[in-house]
Write a protein that binds this ligand. Structure first.
Ligand SMILES: Cc1cc2nc3c(=O)[nH]c(=O)nc-3n(C[C@H](O)[C@H](O)[C@H](O)COP(=O)(O)OP(=O)(O)OC[C@H]3O[C@@H](n4cnc5c(N)ncnc54)[C@H](O)[C@@H]3O)c2cc1C
Length: 294
């Protein structure tokens, strides 16, 4: 529907590889780095997992042709590659994507999903890094285990994205209050900044952006030695400000046909956006799920 298209396009690059490449090119032109995510998760059919690999290999070839491979990496969810069917199946698919990224001159980051997959995802990460040390990890500050995981992953050459975490997790494994999660995020940031990894701070939270900015200044790290990361369409003014202040900013850009759930989650985070979207929808009804917010 035409009225809703503008809202969708604010958060999602589009449905096709060409859309993803166009938006990535625009962001790179505006001085940002990009991580492209082919939308889809929780695959239960091997054929669907194979299709996700094809989508990424086509995308990575497109990045080379467009001259964007140096500035644009890809983010991959192992659940989209069949992790729930068999870890080895997903690991084999991830290897094909890493090989395509290496051939393209790009890189890969493995997204973090619900806590039941964390051990499996970190196992696959470790095995991928034996061949491709640049494969990025994602750690979720709301998990009680994450400070230890930060210590384990803070070594030289390691790329680590730190986010709050987006899944509904029980208190037995996760901090649950805003304050606890922020405190954990700052503790984890300190561990990463004290290490020799490339920390990638993924947050839109002004409290955390300020806290991390102060800490980066205190460590004397240069702009190539740390990244801020934000989602496409979220706080673009802040992204612009950070670039202007000399920081490296990478924008996470989702694309693909399975955009509906992702969009609903972004709108659920910001009631102002949801009201805008619902006005534009005029008549359609939606169920907002909060299974995964990411
Ligand atoms: C690049 C990136 C990658 C991610 N990867 C993962 C992943 O692999 N796994 C995972 O579980 N999660 C991931 N996430 C999601 C993350 O875990 C959080 O769920 C999500 O980012 C919301 O937390 P937040 O820190 O941004 O702040 P929030 O808690 O959402 O917001 C805190 C404050 O930020 C400000 N704010 C937020 N949004 C806006 C807005 N639109 N406009 C103005 N102000 C705003 C408001 O002041 C708000 O109160 C990722 C997030 C990013 C940015």
């Amino acid at each position: 529907m035409r009225p809703t298209r503008a809202v969708v396009e604010r958060f999602v690059a589009g449905e096709t590889t060409a859309d993803a490449l166009r938006v990535a090119g625009e962001l790179v032109g505006a001085g940002r780095l990009v991580s492209l995510d082919h939308l889809g998760e929780d695959v239960t059919e091997p054929a669907a997992a194979a299709l996700a690999v094809e989508a990424y290999t086509e995308l990575l070839a497109g990045l080379t042709d467009a001259g964007l491979a140096g500035q644009v990496e890809v983010s991959v969810k192992l659940s989209a590659l069949g992790q729930a069917i068999d870890e080895d199946l997903a690991a084999g698919h991830a290897e094909r994507i890493c090989a395509a990224a290496a051939a393209a001159g790009s890189m890969v980051t493995l997204d973090a999903e619900n806590h039941a997959t964390t051990d499996s995802t970190l196992r696959v990460l470790r095995s991928l890094r034996e061949r491709w040390p640049w494969v990025g990890a994602v750690l979720q500050a709301y998990l009680r285990r994450t400070e230890d995981d930060c210590r384990a992953l803070a070594g030289p050459g390691s790329r680590v994205r730190l986010c709050k975490g987006a899944y509904a997790e029980p208190p037995s494994v996760a901090f649950t209050t805003v304050g606890q999660v922020r405190d954990s995020y700052v503790r984890c940031a300190d561990v990463l900044l004290a290490g020799r990894c490339l920390p990638m701070f993924a947050t839109h939270d002004p409290v955390l952006v300020d806290a991390v900015t102060d800490r980066i200044a205190a460590t004397g790290r240069g702009r190539d030695e740390v990244e801020f990361q934000m989602l496409y369409g979220v706080r673009p003014d802040e992204q612009h400000r950070l670039v202007g202040a000399g920081h490296t900013v990478r924008v996470y850009v989702p694309y693909g046909r399975q955009w509906y759930g992702y969009l609903m989650r972004r709108l659920a985070e910001r009631p102002a956006n949801a009201a805008f979207f619902l006005r534009a929808l005029t008549g359609r009804t939606h169920t907002m799920r909060r299974r995964s917010v990411f």
